[in-house]
Design a protein around this ligand. Structure first.
Ligand code: NAP
Length: 282
């Protein structure tokens, strides 16, 4: 990993991933630091190997890191201390440097529940989570934490069953999706992301006006799944809201003070719109 920092006078933060250069987090975090009047630098750090990258970043004195795909499990293993949620989910997306080493947290689940809680009450709600990968684990954990009843469905049935067993919730085979009548649907697979096809079909008439439907994919902002839910009259939440709240939680943990939510939302929405325009002109 190459890091070029001429003079390290600012507090350093960044997002580490592969890829990382298209991340919207720098726009969101820089807006937050600027609103708070903090002289800090937040960089997108693309790495081949997480351990090597961390060695370099430690030497530069980085204070906090957002960790994204594919390094969330690696980040878990380097931490001297992790919180209960990160331990249950098995992944860390936020690192904070302390005198005794790196501390880790998972804020993805908080991002998901805070995005949903703006429009729905989760306690006692019946929630369907589509997906059984890393992000789905966080979403399932969060919904259960908030007292929802959770069912998992996935392209590969046995992975839905394994996830459900790990968290003590229910699951349904994909072939029985049409029988589910949830109040809340969260799509948490990579399908729909920049043209990735859906290897599952949402049955006709599945979405309804009494549902809240969140897609955690945010590129594009209105995924085909979210569009169908909106047309059916469901209340929809796009993936930028989860990204916003996981970032709000990261920043307030690093700084030990409230994060400027509306400045961060504005910067994120602006950066997402610019990213779409860039793709359109390429
Ligand atoms: P991941 O581990 O690669 O996701 C694997 C999941 O996606 C599995 O359930 C897999 O099904 C399913 N899947 C993959 N391709 C599929 C397809 N073509 N059709 C149907 N299902 C498919 O990735 P992840 O880390 O969980 O992330 C999932 C998505 O969430 C990504 O788009 C990521 O950008 C997004 N995300 C958003 C936020 C946010 O803040 N908004 C945060 C984290 C992640 P099988 O088990 O059958 O393989």
């Amino acid at each position: 990993m190459k890091v070029l920092v001429r003079s390290v006078q600012h507090d350093l933060y960044g997002v580490v991933g592969r890829p990382a250069r298209h991340s919207l987090s720098p726009a969101m975090m820089r807006a937050a630091f600027s609103t708070l009047g903090i002289d800090a630098c937040y960089l997108a750090l693309e790495a081949d190997d997480f351990g090597d990258a961390l060695d370099v970043l430690e030497r530069f004195g980085f204070r906090g890191l957002s960790v994204t795909v594919p390094f969330k499990q690696d980040a878990f293993t380097v931490c001297g201390r992790v919180d209960t949620s990160a331990r249950s989910i098995g992944a860390v997306n936020t690192l904070r440097r302390t005198e005794s080493g790196w501390e880790g947290r998972n804020t993805d689940w908080l991002g998901a529940v805070r995005a949903l809680e703006r429009v729905a009450s989760l306690r006692g709600a019946s929630a369907l989570v589509i997906g059984a990968g890393g992000a789905a684990r966080g979403v399932v954990y969060g919904l259960l934490e908030r007292g929802a009843q959770v069912l998992v469905v996935n392209r590969t049935d046995h992975r839905a069953r394994d996830l459900a067993e790990a968290f003590g919730c229910g699951w349904v085979p994909l072939s029985e999706l049409a029988l589910c009548r949830p109040n809340i649907v969260v799509h948490a697979t990579r399908a729909g992301m920049s043209g990735t096809p859906y290897d599952f079909t949402i049955p006709e008439g599945f979405f309804s006006p009494h549902m809240v439907v969140m897609d955690i994919v945010y590129s594009p902002l209105e995924t085909p799944l979210l569009y169908r839910a909106k047309v059916a009259g469901a209340r929809v939440v796009d993936g930028l809201e989860m990204l916003l709240y996981q970032g709000v939680e990261q920043l307030s943990w690093w700084l030990n003070r409230p994060a400027p939510e509306s400045a961060m939302r504005e910067a994120l929405r602006r950066a997402a719109a610019l990213a779409v325009r860039k793709v359109f002109h390429e």
